[in-house]
Design a protein around this ligand. Structure first.
Ligand code: ADP
Length: 417
């Protein structure tokens, strides 16, 4: 069988490794950008054909194309091949070739995926359950080898490329408008996520207004399936404490609720789950309290790239001085600005999002700046004892930074300086 890989990023690198390892057939790599010298040497050594600086029809000579999650399935070059089942995304490839013999758990959502998947990973480690963790989280699904359980973080882009993917457990943590710079419209985005509702066991956040009501297991405060009291939450008859945990905020109660139900389904005991909730170290760049200087608290929430996650951060840090910046990917920011009006002390704006939010900002104290340095200096000059300065951008970092990590690191470095 001949394979073609369209795009040579994290996921298709793993596909190539798998195909070569298992000697499944000949491979042709087609990359839109440049291919590095080291990769070229690897291709030559392993008899892999390639093209760079553009994808051509040569791709179509293969029996199966695996396309990168950034490629739309209806793109002119491969649209027909997708319809004929001759082009699939990497998750579909992994499902057909790599994940056999593994119990697959798939988790999606607009926000909280990485936190919840990392939490499940931590519980399973605590419980000593052999497992693989991957997907949209640095390690591709196609990196799994013989682990009997696979916990996968799955994005809407990846779900656009699945056809027969049928995990044991599918979970949707929440849905809010996102990635509308790539998806045709909100329906397409919601429908991609809803593919997981076909999983054998389906769990979903029934409080999230964009998830159509469904027959799955509900995770909800409003219907009482999650009950919160005195730093504890009760879910399907089990009670877990978050009192000594570093997870704070209502969003993390939902994340912990999903993680505990799923971990239990996989085989972890309540004791393992409780211990793991206590020892979990929250991830960097997600509502991360990293400094208290002259009575002012600084929070780095650089990973917030949606209105919804910034609104969550505003709930946890009411009355903050908030830095909003980045490249927008939603159509309408009125909910975000309404939230800022109700919950922020003042707002600092910069970057590509400015023209989207500035016209909505009447009645709000705001400052416009052009660099992270100026944003921090401005925040410092207006902050008083007891204030919180919150970087929770609500948009992607790509207008000014390589990624959200670089944006968060830059913010922290300048604050500490
Ligand atoms: P994802 O992988 O879906 O982007 P992360 O766990 O990396 O999610 O968190 C991204 C952002 O969303 C951070 O700002 C974080 O504080 C916020 N967040 C985490 N969990 C939730 C949730 N359940 N609901 C809303 N926002 C959340």
């Amino acid at each position: 069988m001949d394979f073609a890989l369209m795009g040579f990023g994290v996921s298709n690198r793993s596909v190539l490794k798998f195909i070569l390892e298992k000697k499944l057939g000949k491979v042709f790599v087609s990359e839109n950008g440049k291919i590095g010298e080291e990769d070229k040497k690897f291709f030559t050594d392993n008899d892999v054909d390639f093209e760079e600086n553009g994808n051509t029809k040569k791709l179509l000579d293969s029996d199966l194309i695996i396309y990168s999650p950034s490629v739309r399935p209806d793109s002119p070059l491969i649209g027909d091949a997708v319809k004929k089942d001759r082009a699939i995304g990497e998750i579909e490839f992994a499902w057909r070739y790599v994940l056999k013999g593994s119990k697959v758990i798939a988790i999606t959502g607009s926000n909280g995926k990485t936190t919840t998947v990392s939490l499940i990973d931590h519980v399973l480690k605590e419980a000593g359950i052999n497992h693989f963790t991957g997907g949209n989280i640095g390690t591709a699904a196609s990196d799994r080898r013989d682990e009997k359980v696979s916990v996968l973080e799955i994005s809407s882009f990846q779900l656009m490329g699945t056809k027969t993917f049928d995990p044991e457990v599918g979970a949707i943590l929440n849905i809010s408008p996102n990635h509308l710079d790539w998806h045709k419209d909100l329906d397409e985005y919601v429908n991609a996520k809803m593919k997981l509702s076909e999983a054998k066991v389906f769990l979903y956040n029934a409080d999230s207004s964009y998830i159509p009501s469904n027959k799955g297991l509900r995770v909800s405060r409003s219907d009482g399936s999650i009950k919160i009291k005195d730093g504890e939450f009760e879910m399907y008859g089990d009670t877990f404490s978050l009192r000594d945990s570093k997870l704070f905020g209502i969003h993390n109660v939902y994340n912990a609720a999903f993680a505990s139900v799923i971990s239990k389904f996989i085989g972890a005991s309540n004791e393992d789950i409780q211990k793991a909730l206590k020892t979990f170290k929250p991830l960097e760049h997600r509502q991360e309290l990293f400094a208290r200087i002259d009575g002012v608290t600084y929070i780095n929430d650089s990973k917030s790239t949606t209105s919804e996650s910034t609104l969550m951060a505003l709930d946890n840090f009411k009355g903050s001085i908030v830095i909003i910046c980045g490249r927008p990917k939603e159509k309408d920011y009125s909910d975000l600005v309404d939230g800022l009006k109700r919950k922020a002390k003042s707002v600092i704006i910069m970057g590509d999002i400015v023209p989207k939010v500035k016209p909505l900002m009447k009645d709000l104290v705001y400052f416009e700046v052009t660099s992270m340095e100026d944003a921090v200096l401005k925040a410092k000059s207006i902050a008083r004892d007891g204030d919180v300065v919150l970087l929770s951008p609500g948009a992607t970092s790509f207008d000014m930074f390589k990624n959200y990590e670089e944006r968060g690191e830059t913010f922290k470095r300048i604050v500490m300086k």
